[in-house]
Write a protein that binds this ligand. Sequence first.
Ligand code: AMP
Length: 542
Amino acid sequence: MYGLMQEVPLTVDSILRRARSVFAAREVVSRRDDGQLHRTSYGEVAARAERLMGALHALGVRPGDRVATLAWNSHRHLEAYFAVPCLGAVLHTVNVRLTREQIAWVVRHAGDRVVLVDRSLVPALQAALPDLPSDLRYVVFDDDGRGAAAALPGALDYEALLATAAPLPALPVLDERAAAGLCYTSGTTGEPKGVLYSHRSTVLHAFGCGMADSLGIAQRDCVLPVVPMFHVNAWGLPYACALVGSKLVLPGSHLGGDALAALLEQERVTFAAGVPTIWNLVLQSQRRRRRDLSALRRIVLGGAPAPRALVEAWQAECGVPITHAWGMTETSPVGACTHAGSTGLAPDDPADFTLREKPGRPVPGLEAKVVGDDGRELPWDGASSGELCVRGPWVASAYFGIAAHEAFADAGWFRTGDMATIDADGRIAITDRKKDLIKSRGEWISSNALENAALRCDGVLEAAVVARPDALRDEAPVLFVVARDAAAPPSAHALVAWLGASFPRWQLPRPEDVHVVDAIPKTSVGKIDKKLLRRRLREQQP
Ligand code: AMP
């Protein structure tokens, strides 16, 4: 056979080479712990990543080894994003909000050799020390070069290490099917499970992120990933930005609404991404003090249902269109998304908001179907709700270290655990997380739908619905809300009456099952923690 195309491997070093050569001067901005901005470039990030490869090699890291990070979004973390996989090792991004037991568990499960840790997060590792392997090496990211003073055995300072390290004379030849990254699911519904990203899946996902009807980031963009680099590679944005040449703005540990709004204004950010709770915080900040967000052309909101009220408020009050995206750790994560005006409607047209209540069509490269309890595919009628299954080159085929898992039982498909419908136009609507559905006398109630409606009620800032066991109904919905103004909370009766306008009576919570609370608990990645809410409810039961 001859005349075929070149077989260039899809490996992360190809992204690094491109960033170093054609985008060497493109800016990377990173917020330090003291709030100051550190300005660097892809050229400098690449040069330092090469020295980091030399340093890690000198520490004994070899192809296939796992190197962990416990860090916020910063230029140093970005250097590790390139150095570790380009060395043939695997970048394990540890969620900084895990408990000390969970940190020790994932580090041991992953078999990490080295941990690169932010100085401000050293206490979390210190607390986990008794359960961590004694031969683990620690390298500390510190703005002031005092990492070696951290209270971790044999701690090395990252900057000192880079200052003396030399790039390797030759880099390993990488196999596109080898592992590049490892991320554990946030475990909203059970134990964390590790997902191994290959070089090939990482590069293809980065290409995908650039497509107009996927995230659609481009060279002209200035991108602020609020979504953490410890959670599904910050939705793949660091790799995608380096590939397409977007300016990258990394917020460090400063994730409050005011700090983010200031960064959006100051750096003239054009594209930002994060979970709904973040965009709610930034909206509240805008309401207190208006910042100039005129450069912002798109916010991508994903990781949890997009409340219509939030999407409408961003458009009406700030003129910023919100893209609704769906994805999971297992899907790298970008799986489906709908941009404002993607079918030619105006972004403030009510019909366009209705379209964006659904994450919509799978992004190019992914296929989707919904299946019933018997595993049979359901029709694409926008009404038949079943478990969403997806397949594609950036979808996991197994969990790290787990020989067989029911999520992969349907050959070639991944069962997501999300309940969804698909309409005749191929648009996916997530009806609920399978485990969050409420079963009342054999009929399903969607917690998402109730939450969305509650959020449209005047005076409601946040809403969460979970099931409680009920002698008559099997399960009954319980609504928690946070009031916009704590001094004038909406009453339980008013809330039930409001919901009654959109839902049949049997789906409504009783007024005594409506709780106005000061705060709704969040998971380590900022999503509503329904597991904890359910546990609290159980503990209150007699
Ligand atoms: P994680 O792997 O931690 O990112 O969590 C993935 C889960 O978040 C999915 O399985 C969904 O249950 C939920 N999720 C993500 N995006 C959306 C969305 N747009 N609408 C509803 N749920 C979502």
